[in-house]
Design a protein around this ligand. Structure first.
Ligand code: TXA
Ligand code: MG
Length: 326
């Protein structure tokens, strides 16, 4: 048995025994428990510090399992699953109450399902042979982890096993599509599958937003300790100067963004490593927000990417992070 297989075996046994296992996915690291074990689910919510009314996503090994855990699956959901799974898309469907514990879904009669596109996650799900409920492996409201060491830093001894699959390829969470009204699909959270991708699959552009209990859709979420301020590139210099001119305790100011480098900055502003393009921005977003905290930046000015493709998800996370300081 290879080292990785041994680790997966240990993680699988931990899940079966009701333990907590952090594992990599293509989006962010998840903190998994057996989705049918109410005690394990209660411990998961306690460790995350998450209100029990907030549902978690249930991860499956194979697209064909969709109909095992949801009922009344409309053809459009099957089409989305076929096109995007394994991948960064979560489908909200009516829950099969015999297979998914209500504790996993905050008591809702729906469930968010997805098949992650990461070899370690898929090997674990295959091995454990049961669905795994897994929110992002961070404390509630904070920045999602994109490396195993982020998970250890955040959760320490509260997690039983951490599987290390390297840095996450996409870096922002899955897109969530509510399919409970197939005639009126709604994108509850923009993420790794772009609205352009969904439009190409569906033949029309789905609606974005809507009332939900999705915690990743709360106005304040994904927040570092630094105050995040969104600025357009031409205004960045003036805003940095204004912050640095303040009397008394001058804040440590940082800058992040695609166009960060061409902007002329006053001395003293800490420029975080540049981002090359929107995909790269998404991949490094959370690690840059964590770096801002490590560098003790008080105010992080961020020049957001254009609002299309993955840029939409990056802007969404940034705007939620920016509201935390208000
Ligand atoms: O990429 C991802 O989705 C990652 C990885 C680990 O899969 N997971 C993740 O989980 O971001 P979490 O718990 O941090 O965010 C899941 C979101 C929450 O906003 C939750 O409220 C929403 O999914 N959600 C889950 N089930 C739902 C349901 N039945 N109806 C509406 N929203 C739901
Ligand atoms: Mg989360």
């Amino acid at each position: 048995m290879s080292c990785e297989q041994r680790e997966i075996e240990r993680a699988s046994q931990t899940l079966r025994a009701g333990g907590l296992v952090a594992f990599p996915t293509e989006t962010v690291y998840g903190l998994g428990v057996d989705a049918a074990n109410p005690d394990a689910l209660r411990r998961l919510f306690a460790v995350k510090g998450r209100p029990p009314s907030h549902p978690v996503i249930v991860h499956l090994a194979r697209p064909a399992e969709l109909t095992c855990f949801a009922r009344d699956v409309p053809p459009v959901a099957r089409r989305l699953a076929e096109a995007c799974w394994p991948g960064p898309l979560t489908l909200v469907l009516y829950r099969d109450p015999r297979r998914i514990a209500p504790e996993a879904t905050g008591g809702l009669d729906t469930v968010g399902l997805r098949v992650p596109d990461h070899p370690v996650a898929l090997a674990l799900l295959e091995r454990v042979e049961r669905p795994v409920a897994a929110p992002s492996a961070n404390r509630f409201g904070r920045v999602s982890p994109t490396t195993a060491s982020d998970v250890r830093t955040d959760l320490g001894a509260d997690v039983d096993v951490v599987l290390d699959g390297g840095p996450c390829r996409i870096g922002v969470e899955s897109t969530i599509v509510d399919c409970t009204e197939p005639e009126a699909l709604r994108v509850l959270r923009v993420g790794g599958v772009t609205v352009e991708d969904l439009t190409a699959i569906l033949g029309y552009e789905p609606r974005i937003g809507g009332a939900t209990r999705a915690s990743g859709t709360l106005p304040v979420h994904y927040a570092p300790r630094a105050r995040v301020e969104l600025v357009e590139a031409p205004a960045a210099r003036a805003r940095a100067e204004e912050l640095l001119r303040a009397d008394g305790a001058r804040p440590t100011v940082g800058l992040l963004g695609l166009e960060a480098l061409p902007v002329q900055l006053p001395r003293g502003v800490i420029v975080l490593d540049p981002v090359r393009d929107v995909r790269h921005f998404a991949r490094v977003l959370y690690s840059r927000l964590r770096a801002a905290d490590r560098l003790r930046i008080d105010v992080l000015l961020v020049i957001p990417p254009p609002p299309h493709g993955l840029g939409l998800a990056v802007r969404d996370r940034l705007s939620r992070a920016s509201r935390a300081g208000q």
